[in-house]
Design a protein around this ligand. Structure first.
Ligand code: FES
Length: 121
């Protein structure tokens, strides 16, 4: 038995066995999710958003364990999960946030383009 995990915004899909972590599924799908702690819930760099719920029935992921809940305490969104801790238990749709460094570069480039437009270049 396998489940389908879809990663947004690319829309890339991968079939994985139940119990695989979202981080493992992402690697199988060649989706880049940052990780520094080796999947031990230490770095919090692997945060992703689930399409619905937050480890509740129907979102295709295992409920958040105590460690993950403690690590994510204080976040506004109940949809946020640690990819290294959330396990696939059904078909799931995962939104991967843009890498902060890439986002900063993109914003700088957009600003430079806007400045050029404003100057009429
Ligand atoms: S990989 Fe470090 S917290 Fe998930």
């Amino acid at each position: 038995m396998t489940y389908e995990v879809t990663f947004l915004p690319e829309g890339r899909k991968v079939s994985v066995r139940p119990g695989m972590t979202v981080l493992g599924a992402a690697r199988q799908a060649r989706i880049g999710i940052r990780s520094r702690c080796g999947g031990k819930a230490g770095c919090l760099m692997c945060k992703v958003d689930v399409a619905s719920g937050g480890g509740t029935a129907g979102d295709g992921l295992s409920p958040a364990g105590l460690l993950e809940k403690r690590k994510l305490a204080g976040l506004d969104s109940s949809r946020t999960r640690l990819a290294c801790q959330a396990k696939v238990t059904g078909n799931a749709v995962i939104s991967v946030p843009e890498d902060p460094l890439k986002a900063a570069v993109r914003r700088q480039l957009e600003k430079a383009e806007q400045d050029e437009d404003d100057l009429g270049w």
